[in-house]
Design a protein around this ligand. Structure first.
Ligand code: 3HC
Length: 289
């Protein structure tokens, strides 16, 4: 495998492009406009600059990685790729439209993968050029730091596709787990109920925001408390995945916490909007309740 296409130059797409280039792949990075793709590359340059300053990588490695990433406009620029990873907005109609554009140019031996965190792979595969060469490849945020990739096969995904993408994932220095195409796959199936339960606990007055976070952070030895992590992921994303678990299993144990719904309805979506369970607009985060 030589050329990797990444569609979507936001936080996840940029992270995937960065780790792919650092592993030596040529990367085509696209977004809805060339400007957005270039902004994604600028963000990667900043991350790599920081790594050079911290003496984690050499300046020559930064330059080599950046030289391998080419911003391109739109999904239809992916005709030369061996593997295309879609990391666009988590909306099914957007992903389906992208698969149509990529499908028109994708080589007959190339693989299309999606970084969806919640949409069923088998359903999405219906919009892909070839469901046998379609697979879920779920990265975690922040991509350069997190050591895991979940591989999810749809009903029609071929063994060869799974093996090729697994080999690729390992060359990025990540460990791979294989999941079946069930709601939330492995990690979000377990994580989201915990974050949702923290919202129930807050709503029921069990404890304050900082105490729920500190309790879980130190009591469970997690890097972040659940409400801080929910803000980091985005409360809209947490709610969306929780709804997928609820609807996909039909099990009431997954029902979204009313307080989580309220925060999303208020537009308090976490770090990305400056306010979620904490207010990030000042020097230090301040709890919002
Ligand atoms: N990109 C690259 N590197 C980053 C980064 C980013 N966005 N954010 C932090 N880092 C690096 C730092 O450079 C630092 O590296 P160093 O230790 O080698 O110098 C290291 O991560 C630690 O960073 P900080 O010291 O700034 O801060 P923390 O110690 O608080 O760590 C954290 C930050 C890595 C985000 C840590 O808190 C963490 O691991 N949190 C949990 C993250 C998590 O659970 N992610 C999964 C979310 S679920 C998901 O993605 C699935 C989706 O479908 C919802």
């Amino acid at each position: 495998m030589n050329i990797v296409g990444v569609i979507g130059a936001g936080q996840m797409g940029a992270g995937i492009a960065q780790v792919s280039a650092q592993a030596g792949y040529r990367v085509l990075l696209s977004d809805v406009s060339l400007d957005r793709a270039r902004a994604g590359l600028a963000g990667i340059a900043k991350q790599l600059d920081r790594a050079v300053t911290k003496e984690k990588i050499a300046a020559a490695d930064r330059d080599a990685a950046l030289a391998l990433i080419e911003p391109v406009e739109g999904a239809s620029a992916m005709g030369d790729c061996d593997l295309v990873i879609e990391a666009a907005t988590e909306r099914e109609e957007i992903k389906r439209a992208i698969f149509g554009d990529v499908g028109a140019v994708l080589r007959p031996d190339a693989i299309l993968a999606t970084n969806t965190s919640s949409i069923p792979i088998t359903r999405l595969a219906q919009a892909a050029p070839d469901p046998a060469r379609f697979v879920g490849v779920h990265f975690f945020n922040p991509v350069p730091v997190m050591g895991l990739i979940e591989l999810i096969r749809g009903l029609a995904t071929s063994d060869a596709t799974v093996a090729t993408v697994e080999d690729f994932a390992r060359t990025l220095g990540k460990q791979v787990v294989r999941a079946n195409d069930a709601p939330g796959f492995i990690v979000n199936r377990v994580l989201m109920p915990m974050l949702n339960e923290a919202c129930f606990a807050l709503g029921e007055g069990v404890a304050t925001i900082p105490d729920i976070d500190l309790g879980c952070q130190l009591g469970l030895n997690h890097p972040m408390g659940p409400l801080t992590l929910a803000d980091f992921i985005g409360l809209d994303t947490c709610l969306e995945i929780t709804r997928v678990l609820h609807e996909g299993t039909g099990d009431p144990k997954f029902r979204p916490a009313p307080l989580l719904v309220k925060y999303v309805e208020a537009g308090w979506l976490g770090r990305k909007t400056g306010r979620g369970f904490y207010d990030y607009r000042g020097d230090a985060p301040v709890p919002t309740r």
